[in-house]
Design a protein around this ligand. Sequence first.
Ligand code: NAP
Length: 252
Amino acid sequence: MTARFEGRTVVVTGGGRGIGATTAARFAREGAAVVVSDLDREPAEAVSGEIRKSGWRALPIACDVTERAAVEQLFESAVREFDTVDILVTCAGIIKDNLIHKMSDSDWDSVINTHLRGTFLCAQVAQRLMVPNRFGKIVFLSSRSALGNRGQANYSTAKAGLQGLARTLALELGPFNVNVNTVAPGFVETRMTRAVAERTGMDYEALKKTSAEQTALRRTGRPEDIAGVITFLCSEDASFITGQTVYVTGSP
Ligand code: NAP
C-alpha cells in the first residue's frame, strides 16, 4: 500500500477499541505517526504495542476527552513526541440508551458530554496547531442514529450535533486549509454494539443477523469499512470535500 500519510501525525481518540483502534492501525500502516488516545491506558497501550510491533510509530495516551486539562495534555504530548498534529479523528464515544420517560439526567449528560463537549475540546485544541501550519484534516464520528433512533434521544442528539459542528468548523477553518467532515456509520461490530445486545438481553449473533437483514448489502459493518472512509477523507483525494457527512451504513 502507498504511504499516503508519510510525515503526518494523527490523533485518534477512542483509539483503544473498535473503530478507533482499526483506524489508528490503518493510519500507521499508511505511514503516519499515530497518537492512540483512550479513556484507559491499557487499551491504548495494547493498540500502540501492536502498531509498534509492525515497525510503525505510535504513542499511547490516556485521556478523558471531557476534561479540558487532559485534552490539552494529550496534544502537548503529541507535539513533544511528533512535533505537530495534522489529523484528528474523534472516535471516543459511549451509549446510555433509554426511552425518554426513563432517561436519567446522568444518561443524558454523560452522552452529550462525551460526544459533544469531548469533540469540541479536541477540535479546538487541534485547530490551534493546524491553522498556523495551513494544513489539517478533522473527522468526527457521527452515526446513522443522528437521523433518529428509538431509545437514543441523548445519542442521536449528540450525533446530529456533531454534523452541525463539522459544518460550522468547515466554514471557520476552510480558509486555513483545514477540512472537517463526519462519518456516520450504521451497525458496526464492536464492543458498543455488543453492549446493546447485552442490555436488551439479545444474543449478539441474532442481533447481527437482524441488522444484516435490514441492510441493503445484507451484512453488518466492520471497523475496516469505517477506517477506509475515514482515511479517504483525510487523504489528498478528498482535499476538496469539507463540511460533509458520509453515511457508511450498507444501505442508501
Ligand atoms: P467502542 O468499541 O466502545 O470504542 C469507543 C472507545 O471510546 C472506547 O475505547 C471507550 O473507552 C472510549 N471512550 C469512551 N468515553 C471516553 C472518554 N470520555 N474519553 C476518551 N475515550 C472514551 O465503540 P465503537 O463502536 O468503536 O465506536 C467508535 C465511535 O463510532 C463512537 O463515537 C460511536 O458512537 C461511533 N459509532 C459506532 C457505531 C457502531 O455500530 N459500533 C455506529 C455508529 C457510530 P472505554 O471502553 O474504556 O469506555
